[in-house]
Design a protein around this ligand. Structure first.
Ligand code: F2R
Ligand code: MG
Ligand code: MG
Length: 346
């Protein structure tokens, strides 16, 4: 489909959910042989919806439902949905720290919904990738990139007050936004635009001081994106290099640029991946083969790749076995309607 087509919207949300469900089995694994990944992806004996989604999808659904229900960003509504979702299904594999925030957000006495996140980790806030893993719907709700940035940042700040946590969400939302517009067809333009957007986003005193406090470079996401650009240009990169240069962990800084690399690296056929695989399948298989935070890296890469290739590139067999794929498809359709109803500055 063309820019912002229904197929791209559906691909983005279905892709995110599939990445989460298919990646769940490998989360935390150190060495993931590609054979095991391919076997897992080719297993067609699974029943409908048997691969369950985790916190990534649970929170992404809350974001999409809140944006739709409120026709925009409403922090009180989104916070309430996160808290309710957690109280109804606490066993979805949430991060150890964020659970405290979700419990506090359930209190009817709470007036400042951003306060529990600010109290995390001795007041430093979380740098985990929990804000980024659920950021895709912001790109589907707003046309204007300034609104995508503003609302993805606020939505992440409900749980992640460290700049590296919420700026990871801004980067993921921008990547989905550009992919939805078809910019990934020109990979150089895609990465250059991400770098220039993040130069603006990270040019901020709080972002600088949060980076300094964590001994990171001044523009940490820009630094990583330059690495992504350099590694994409190198044609041959080993999995070990990707892990050591970009990371595969639970921190936003060690996973959002990695997910972007997975998508860009898999734009072309790759040795070891089946020839019959299209780009979406290659992206998911490659994300899983990195090990580490596989559900989340595949969820973020799946959203960017799904927005690029569209829903028809997502195998039906994969969609059938993943819990929540049908609901994601329907949420994407509603977001598509809302997006095309808003004026171009909205
Ligand atoms: N939690 C997991 N996986 C762990 C195992 C789950 C288990 N298998 C199960 O089934 O129960 N996955 C999910 O968590 C990640 C998203 O985490 P989020 O939402 O960012 O949570 P949190 O707690 O805020 O941060 C995660 C951890 O990062 C460290 N951390 C963050 N900020 C820190 C800081 N300022 N100082 C020190 N450490 C900090 C902590 O260890 C946090 O617990 C996704 O992978 C999702 O799939
Ligand atoms: Mg998870
Ligand atoms: Mg994870």
């Amino acid at each position: 489909g063309g820019p912002a087509s229904l197929s791209r919207f559906r691909g983005a949300l279905v892709g995110a959910v599939l990445g989460d469900c298919l990646g769940g089995d490998f989360e935390g694994a150190e060495d993931v042989p590609l054979d095991r990944v391919l076997q897992h992806l080719q297993d067609d004996t699974r029943g409908d919806g048997t691969l369950q989604y985790s916190d990534d999808t649970a929170m992404l659904r809350c974001v999409a439902q809140s944006l739709l229900n409120r026709a925009g960003f409403d922090e009180q509504d989104m916070a309430r949905r996160f808290a309710k979702e957690y109280s109804l299904a606490p066993g979805r594999g949430y991060g150890a720290g964020v659970i405290q925030v979700l419990k506090k957000l359930a209190s009817p006495q709470l007036s400042d919904v951003y306060q529990p996140a600010r109290a995390q980790f001795g007041g430093r806030g979380s740098f985990g990738n929990g804000g980024a893993m659920r950021a895709a719907p912001f790109a589907l709700a707003f046309k204007n990139p300034a609104e995508v940035k503003r609302c993805s940042r606020l939505g992440a700040t409900l749980t992640h007050s460290c700049a590296i946590g919420y700026n990871g969400a801004v980067l993921q939302a921008l990547a989905v936004h550009l992919s939805l517009q078809g910019v990934l067809a020109t990979p150089q333009e895609f990465i250059n635009k991400l770098i220039s957007e993040m130069e603006e986003v990270e040019n901020d005193e709080t972002a600088r001081s949060d980076a300094r406090a964590l001994n990171e470079s001044e523009f940490p996401f820009c630094t990583r994106l330059h690495k992504v650009k350099e590694m994409v240009e190198r044609n041959s990169v080993s999995i070990e290099e990707v892990i050591s240069e970009l990371g595969n962990g639970i921190a936003a800084l060690h996973s959002v640029p990695t997910a972007i690399f997975c998508v860009m690296h898999c734009l072309e056929p790759r040795e070891g991946l089946p020839e019959q695989y299209g780009g979406f399948e290659r992206t998911i298989a490659y994300s899983l083969a990195l090990g580490g935070d596989t559900d989340t890296i595949a969820c973020m890469a799946g959203a960017i790749a799904g927005a690029h290739y569209g829903v028809d590139s997502v195998p039906q067999t994969w969609q059938r076995c993943c819990e929540g794929a049908v609901e994601a498809d329907s949420l994407a359709e509603h977001l598509h309607n809302m997006y095309h109803r808003t004026p171009s500055d909205g």
